[in-house]
Design a protein around this ligand. Structure first.
Ligand code: PEP
Length: 236
């Protein structure tokens, strides 16, 4: 099956890169592929107004209530977002989000018609202990895998470290993840790779059969680098 590549920018807790919302922005839709940006909550509106396909970096599954500091998935929807990131490792680690929390977020997004991009991935310690596959298996088991979702495989040891997974290792994990998906959605669900993707390694990663795009942190904050990755993806 031919899955359209998706290149997603995770700006994390950073201001928008210069020119992101101006004419010539590399973050707007691009021919032949899908481009998506996760800005901080403060910049969602500007991002949407600039014509960028925009998602929240997190959304609370409850529509409203006593959750100081949070924004709900319903509010993301209200402002015009089409996507939401669920279970990024920095939220799992820094905010104690469990597999069940992530699953609730994903289900709430689906119920509201937002598309969840759900992050899974093992730590260096888990990989060294031979637990990489069992870790992602457990993370996946909690998720609504029959639904229209995107999965991002992000080995934690590769995020923001410059230590990219080799294309072979990434492909092996992506194929393993795909093998765990139900028959009906196995060929449809996109599985993105995340972890120090940059212009130098994007092509060899994106050429792998089961890698359907990238979730990009550091390089997405550099408009030139992001533009190069987008252009590589669209040429494949
Ligand atoms: C991320 O934060 O999802 C990520 C993959 O970051 P980086 O590209 O910087 O490793």
């Amino acid at each position: 099956m031919n899955r359209t590549l998706l290149i997603a920018a995770n700006w994390k807790m950073n201001s928008p890169p210069e020119g992101a919302f101006s004419k010539g922005s590399p973050y707007v839709p691009y021919e032949g592929i899908d481009v998506l940006v996760f800005p901080t909550f403060l910049y969602l509106k500007q991002s949407l107004d600039a014509g960028i396909c925009t998602g929240g970096q997190y959304g609370h599954p409850d529509s409203h209530g006593a959750h100081t500091g949070d924004i709900s998935i319903a509010m993301l929807k209200e402002i015009g977002c089409t996507h939401v990131l669920c279970g990024h490792s920095e939220r799992r680690q820094g905010h104690g989000e469990t597999n069940e929390d992530v699953s609730r977020q994903a289900q709430a997004a689906l119920d509201l018609g937002l598309h969840p991009v759900i992050c899974i991935g093992e730590t260096a310690k888990q990989r060294e202990a031979g637990e990489a596959e069992s870790t992602v298996h457990t993370q996946l088991s909690a998720l609504p895998l029959h639904s229209d979702i995107t999965i991002a495989y992000e080995p934690i040891w590769a995020i923001g470290t410059g230590n990219t997974a080799t294309p072979e290792l990434a492909q092996t994990m992506h194929a393993f993840i795909r093998s765990l998906l139900p028959d009906q959605s196995r060929e449809k669900i996109r599985i993105l790779y995340g972890g120090s993707m940059k212009p130098e390694n994007a092509e060899e990663l994106l050429l792998k059969e089961d890698i359907d795009g990238g979730l990009i942190g550091g390089a997405s904050l550099k408009p030139d680098e992001f533009a190069t990755i987008v252009s590589i993806a669209s040429s494949l």
